[in-house]
Design a protein around this ligand. Structure first.
Ligand code: FEO
Length: 170
């Protein structure tokens, strides 16, 4: 079934938002590298890649249903962080905004009775729960170690070992 116009507009907005999220994670990756936390920088770079995969999932859905993907303006990240806690707190705050956008998508799909997008939107609802949970877990650990250098370096090493970005910043 053709995607109803109102939902198509929102899906296109979400494609743009996922590219915006990729830029935010890329900036966070650069800033953490600058602060000498190479592992956390790698983690953020991998997250940026994941956001581009998210954009692709939605654009594939639009195209498969004969719709046109229309990218909007992707704003500059316009952020600056001075510590790992700052960086991950910023990421969590942004993920919460994205979660709200996905809930809006779910509301609109229901309003226009578009059942064909249900699987896609449910995937994103679950993904947002996981993303918020994983960033919150890292924030808890960062708060636990505080200013302790060896604790921060242990978290840095663990996060760096967890992910492999397609576009490394090191
Ligand atoms: Fe595409 Fe981090 O949500």
């Amino acid at each position: 079934m053709k995607i109803p116009e109102k939902l198509l507009d929102s899906l296109n907005r979400q494609v743009t938002a996922e590219h915006h999220a990729a830029l935010i994670y890329t900036q966070l990756s650069y800033d953490l590298h600058h602060l000498s936390f190479g592992g956390m920088s790698t983690w953020m770079a991998a997250q940026a890649d994941e956001e581009r995969v998210h954009a692709g999932k939605i654009s594939d859905h639009i195209l498969a249903r004969g719709g046109r993907v229309q990218l909007g303006t992707v704003e500059s990240p316009g952020l600056s962080v001075s510590s790992p806690l700052d960086a991950f707190s910023y990421a969590l705050e942004h993920e919460r905004k994205v979660s709200e956008m996905i809930r809006d998508l779910a509301r609109i799909a229901e309003e226009v009775q578009d059942f064909d997008s249900r699987t896609l939107i449910n995937w994103f609802l679950n993904e947002q729960i996981e993303e918020e949970d994983s960033v919150s877990g890292i924030i808890d650990q960062l708060k636990l170690v505080g200013e302790d250098g060896s604790g921060l370096l242990r978290i840095d090493a663990r996060l760096g070992a967890e992910r492999t970005p397609a576009t490394p910043t090191q």
